[in-house]
Design a protein around this ligand. Structure first.
Ligand code: EPU
Length: 419
């Protein structure tokens, strides 16, 4: 089993460059199926979720290969059907985007119920609601969603719950429907806008991405396109939190500072030094962080995916902090691991009370999901001594070259064991 071995206690300093956004690219890869010609995606991170998506395309006879590091060529002209390989689809959450893409192109899709991190119940009722409004019939049979439409007709859709996945999936499906689809109460995350921009570069007519309402005028054909993925907001937030937590001074490069306001504002509130440039942010330690309140919300609120990262920093703040998680029911599991390091965290339902301690101590830890694992890496880098983290396959789903990037800013981390 692979593990990270971290010798913590060193302030990190130097420069780290952020990779392309996981949660954008895992939607763009299926979206490329909609095009009649080849798509080229640039700034694609080499992470295991992307590798699974590539394997899915290969098994479906889609031509897919890297032209150069980070530059992915996809040509789905000879795709061999509408059934996504079952086992591969269950390995990740975002395989559900094949539903929207295959429906848009072929009016039929069969995709296993998605896997991914265990963050509590992860229903797809809003995806189904959106598809059904457009004329799709969906049923779950043998562990897979089978979706079929005689015609796809644009329609009004109102989400009962703000959902990243449902917003993107209905966009994928609606951009090749007949007529106009208006989706209300949509998610506004940067990756929603990026996916809409990619689809528009293919000839789709999507307006309003990044606001509460998205209007899509269906087109009969989409063409191939060359598109560069935005930087990963959550990866950037991870290195920002890591810089502060290790009492370091790190320049986080290739970011869109506007997307980072949630983290920047919290760090400033806590007394951490933050300086924004055009496409980079310097984060540096000044004094023991002040406690604060954090509440996760859909964008532009504080992202749930950064909650474990900021909570880890708060474990050594000078006083009591409150962290409220409103998106996922089971996103505090990692706090039990941090407690093994001496963190003082009490979880009560959706809220964690964090009482700052002087320092964290090394302990053997088990990653419980992707961002939980990243939080444990930060904690390991904070603690004087050697921390080992197992179950790191979760972390590898979403962080490109994590070990190399941390090593380059002075962290002592290595990967041991075999897969
Ligand atoms: N929800 C429903 N019904 C649905 C869909 C969602 O009730 O049909 C609920 C969920 O149970 C949850 C909330 O709506 O309470 C938000 O879920 P959302 O659909 O927005 O999440 P997702 O699309 O499954 C994406 C990211 C997650 C991130 C969430 C929230 C991808 C592949 N995953 O998941 O990222 O936590 O949005 O921002 O884009 C991660 O990267 O570590 C990660 C887990």
């Amino acid at each position: 089993m692979e593990k990270y071995v971290i010798k913590g206690g060193t302030p990190l300093s130097g420069e780290v460059t952020i990779s392309g956004a996981k949660n954008a690219v895992v939607a763009m890869i299926p979206a490329a199926i909609l095009a009649d010609g080849p798509c080229i995606l640039e700034n694609v991170p080499d992470i295991s979720d992307v590798r699974i998506m590539i394997d899915i395309l290969k098994q479906m006879d889609v031509e897919v290969y890297y032209k150069a590091p980070g530059i992915l060529y996809i040509n789905a002209e000879h795709i061999n059907g509408t059934k996504v390989p079952y086992q591969l689809a269950t390995k990740m959450r975002a395989s559900y985007y094949f539903l929207g893409a295959l429906l848009g192109k072929f009016r039929h899709a069969e995709v296993a119920l998605p896997g991914g991190c265990h963050l509590g119940p992860r229903p797809i009722d809003q995806h189904q609601k959106g598809f059904e409004a457009l004329g799709v019939q969906t049923e779950v049979k043998g562990g897979a969603v089978i979706a079929d439409a005689k015609f796809l007709v644009g329609a009004p859709v109102f989400f009962d719950q703000v959902s990243v996945g449902a917003t993107i999936n209905v966009m994928l499906c609606a951009c090749m429907a007949d007529g106009i689809t208006t989706i209300e109460n949509v998610a506004k995350e940067p990756h929603i806008v990026d996916v809409a921009n990619f689809l528009n570069s293919m000839g789709a007519k999507i307006k309003g991405a990044g606001t509460d309402t998205i209007k899509i005028t269906g087109v009969s054909k989409l063409k191939g396109s060359v598109y560069s993925v935005i930087p990963d907001q959550i990866e950037a937030g991870t290195y920002m939190a890591m810089a502060a937590a290790t009492k370091g001074d790190v320049l986080v490069k290739n970011v869109i500072p506007r997307h980072m306001e949630c983290m920047t504002a919290k760090l400033l509130e806590m007394g951490v030094g933050v300086e924004e440039g055009d496409d980079q942010i310097r984060v540096y330690y000044k004094k023991r962080p002040k406690p604060t309140l954090v509440k996760t919300l859909p964008y532009p609120g504080f992202p749930t995916d950064m909650q474990p990262l900021i909570t880890t920093l708060l474990t050594v703040a000078d006083g009591n902090s409150t962290v409220t998680e409103t998106i996922w029911d089971s996103r505090f599991k990692y706090t039990e691991e941090l407690q093994k390091m001496g963190a003082n965290i009490t979880v009560n339902g959706k809220t964690a009370m964090v009482t700052g301690v002087d320092e964290l101590y090394p302990a053997p830890l088990q990653a419980t999901d992707l961002r939980a694992g990243a939080a444990m890496v930060i904690a390991g880098l904070m603690a004087n001594g050697t921390t080992e983290i197992t179950n790191i396959h979760y972390v590898e789903r979403g962080y490109e070259n994590l070990v190399e990037k941390i090593t380059a800013i002075g962290g002592d981390i290595r990967k041991e064991g075999t897969n």
